[in-house]
Design a protein around this ligand. Structure first.
Ligand code: FAD
Length: 375
């Protein structure tokens, strides 16, 4: 199978690259073995401010609604973190004091939303909180098994019955100026968080739950749908296992499911993530990039990989594949001419591109730019 570009990894970096290349008229494939960091996404694109026109267009064409305001956002345990570009349903505040009286509403039997910790955190900031566990007949069958009472299962139901929640909260509301709800709305229907805000006569804030993240899964689904609508080939559940490289040029990659049918292309993008997504793997002696065997920037001595104090910044988190200034991946000291490494597989080696989602998006767009300039 022949493509203009083959992308390994269908997380934020791989999808941003794939959509941009398809939009530019390329024929691409994304191969993605499993879940990615978006499934755990807080809803905030760290190290990003207002998006460039190119990114704003990409998001809006995919149906992703974002906003930006310098300030802070509410964390699941009632603390606050500096804000960055965020999904529209994530509230951003100028300061960490956003109300006087807060009603925190959870659903009876749902344990992945920490309402007591949240209240404790907000009370430390001087707000007074009341917690209510809402009993909804529509969730009763989920309540029978704690393993069913998870964010995504609840979100599937909430897309249909969000107006019942609005009615219930309106009845519950006394003199509170703010209502905090778990982030389990708008999985399929992106308009739901906005409708809830319109229906409740108080400020409504959606707070994070334990993973999986409903806003993150929605973002992944919207990006993947957009990529496929543009004609991209998304090979879900397959894994790149090796590559044919000759004289510094990648010719094709080998995958688990396609057996002897190699994926050939003029360019390749490696967006397989860091340790979390198995883009990088470690054994007791070294850290490896498993598909191409790329050079990895790492401390030679294992005892320098981590700080014994768990709370300290951990050096291994900054390890990543080596590239040249144009993001060409390096193997045995030689830059591979048509292979670009993007996203969190870069570790902390690209500080000028930011961190986290900022790094994923900027590096993906930079690689796309170079591929298009050559084509
Ligand atoms: C748990 C977690 C939560 C995070 N939350 C945030 C947040 O809220 N905000 C923020 O800004 N940043 C967050 N980050 C940082 C995050 O890394 C980036 O924001 C970004 O989403 C990373 O995207 P990526 O595409 O580079 O990698 P990933 O999202 O890790 O995606 C890599 C993909 O490649 C696939 N893959 C790996 N190896 C292969 C292979 N051999 N063949 C085929 N596919 C393969 C994986 O299965 C995965 O789907 C988080 C990171 C983690 C680990």
């Amino acid at each position: 199978m022949k493509f203009n570009t083959v992308i390994i990894g269908g997380g934020l970096a791989g999808l941003v690259a794939g959509i941009s290349l398809q939009k530019a008229g390329q024929n691409t494939a994304i191969i993605s073995s499993g879940q990615n960091a978006l499934h755990f996404f807080s809803g905030t694109f760290e190290s990003m401010e207002e998006p460039s026109q190119q990114l704003a267009e990409l998001f809006s064409e995919a149906g992703i609604r974002t906003h930006y305001q310098a300030g802070v956002r509410l964390m699941p345990l009632g603390t606050f973190r500096p804000a960055a570009l965020s999904l529209e349903d994530i509230s951003l505040f100028p300061t960490s004091h956003f109300g006087k009286k807060v009603l925190i509403v959870n659903f009876l039997g749902y344990h992945d939303f920490f309402s007591s910790f949240l209240a404790e955190g907000l009370e430390k900031q001087g707000m007074s909180c009341r917690i209510h566990q809402l009993k909804l007949a529509q969730l009763e069958w989920l309540e029978q098994s704690p393993s069913e009472m998870r964010s995504v299962q609840i979100a599937r139901i909430m897309d249909r019955i969000w107006d019942v929640v609005v009615q219930e909260v309106r009845v519950l509301l006394k003199d509170e100026d703010t209502v905090v709800l778990p982030q389990v709305f708008g999985l399929q229907d992106i308009s739901v968080p906005g409708r809830i805000r319109q229906g409740i006569p108080a400020q409504v804030v959606f707070a994070g739950t334990l993973p999986p993240s409903v806003p993150g899964i929605r973002t992944q689904m919207l990006l993947k749908r957009r990529y496929e609508l543009l004609g991209g080939t998304y090979l879900a559940g397959d894994e790149a296992t090796g590559a044919h490289v000759h004289e510094g040029v990648v010719h094709s990659i080998v995958t688990k499911n396609l057996d002897s049918h190699f994926l050939e292309a003029g360019h390749f993008i490696l967006a397989s993530g860091g340790f979390f997504s198995k883009g990088l793997r470690s054994n007791p002696f070294q850290i490896q990039e498993p598909v191409f065997g790329l050079d990895v920037v790492q401390a030679a001595d294992r005892s320098d990989w981590y700080q014994p104090d768990f709370m300290q910044e951990q050096p291994y988190m900054s390890f990543g594949v080596q590239t040249d200034a144009q993001l060409h991946a390096v193997r045995d000291g030689q830059a591979l001419k048509n292979l670009f490494a993007v996203g969190s597989i870069l570790g902390g080696t690209r500080p000028e591109m930011g961190t986290a989602a900022g790094l994923a998006i900027r590096s993906a767009l930079a690689a796309v730019d170079q591929i298009l300039r050559r084509s």
